[in-house]
Design a protein. Structure first.
Length: 168
């Protein structure tokens, strides 16, 4: 995955549309499905919890499949990019301890993964207005910069590939 420039205003407006649409569709679908199930399989007890639960589960499945199919739509480009970025950062985060140890010992690929993580996190946190933790990110970046200088490494995040993480 490569980092791309994203217009924050466009991303936020499209994300809000996706969220509202998902909430509305989930509510309408789950209620509709559970009502149909209750009509088909009535219960004399008066409780229909299992049908309501099944309606929510089926609606969530339908919504998930629909989002996967719409992911490539032109109006979903920014939202899909951020979803993919979050997944890529999560993969790096799972290996963070090993990456830090390897980077401290001069491993260029570990440093590259960390640099991608830091720049991706900075972009993500700016898009989501989550600047509270930016200080800790800046501290981690300073540490990485020290290792880069110490070992004389050149980092180009356009060279980052997620396959690097399999080594750690």
């Amino acid at each position: 995955m490569q980092l791309k420039k994203v217009d924050k205003r466009v991303y936020r407006s499209r994300l809000n549309v996706v969220i509202v649409a998902c909430v509305g569709c989930l509510a309408i679908l789950s209620l509709s499905i559970s009502q149909v199930l209750i009509q088909i399989f009535p219960s004399g007890e008066g409780t229909h919890f299992h049908w309501n639960l099944l309606g929510v589960v089926v609606a969530a499945g339908i919504l998930g499949l629909t989002l996967m199919r719409l992911k490539t739509h032109s109006l979903m480009v920014e939202v899909a990019y951020v979803w993919d970025l979050k997944q890529a950062l999560n993969l790096i985060y799972r290996k963070n301890r090993k990456l830090l140890l390897a980077a401290k010992q001069g491993n260029k690929e570990a440093m590259l993964a960390l640099q991608f993580s830091y720049e991706g996190s900075r972009q993500l946190w700016t898009l989501d207005d989550n600047t509270i933790t930016m200080d800790s990110l800046n501290q981690a970046q300073l540490q990485l910069d020290e290792w880069v200088e110490l070992y004389g490494v050149q980092l180009d995040i356009t060279q980052y590939q997620s396959e690097i993480l399999k080594k750690f």
